[in-house]
Design a protein around this ligand. Structure first.
Ligand code: 5GP
Ligand code: ZN
Length: 124
């Protein structure tokens, strides 16, 4: 296995070497809670295969990704979310810290204020 994939934290989660609560799983994607949630139910969706970012991910996975986003949203709506934001930090300049493609699903409640972008390092 390439060193990059061997050491990638999200590959380890996808391979179930690191335990994570699986919120939803499809053929090519896995959704689990962000370890440092910005809102209640903050969830990450990742492709099981290692792609550095969304741009590197094959287009063919697009439909399944949208389906997975909808499934996660449905789960969070049932748990009381009123809406959600999708954030995709792509590249270091945009605040991407984990170099394995991932989509942030940020469930929102009415009148709840959060800061965008969800850039933990720069907090711009
Ligand atoms: P990025 O800035 O790359 O878009 O965000 C990476 C996200 O991954 C951060 O919100 C961070 O809290 C989350 N994260 C980093 N390491 C882990 C981990 O080992 N487990 C989980 N569940 N989330 C992680
Ligand atoms: Zn990876």
């Amino acid at each position: 296995m390439a060193k990059e994939k061997e050491e990638c934290i999200f590959c380890k989660i996808a391979r179930k070497e690191i335990p994570a609560e699986i919120v939803y799983e499809s053929e090519n994607f896995i959704a689990f809670p962000d370890v440092n949630p910005k809102t209640k139910g903050h969830t990450l969706i990742i492709p099981k295969k290692h792609y550095e970012n969304l741009v590197e991910m094959p287009d063919i996975l697009g439909n399944e990704l949208i389906e997975t986003i909808k499934k996660v949203a449905e789960i969070r709506f049932k748990q009381g979310a009123d809406g959600f934001n999708i954030v995709v930090n792509t590249g270091e300049a945009a605040g991407q810290i984990v170099m394995h493609a991932h989509i942030h699903i940020l469930p929102r409640k009415k009148k709840e204020k959060i800061q965008f972008p969800c850039d933990t390092e720069n907090n711009v």
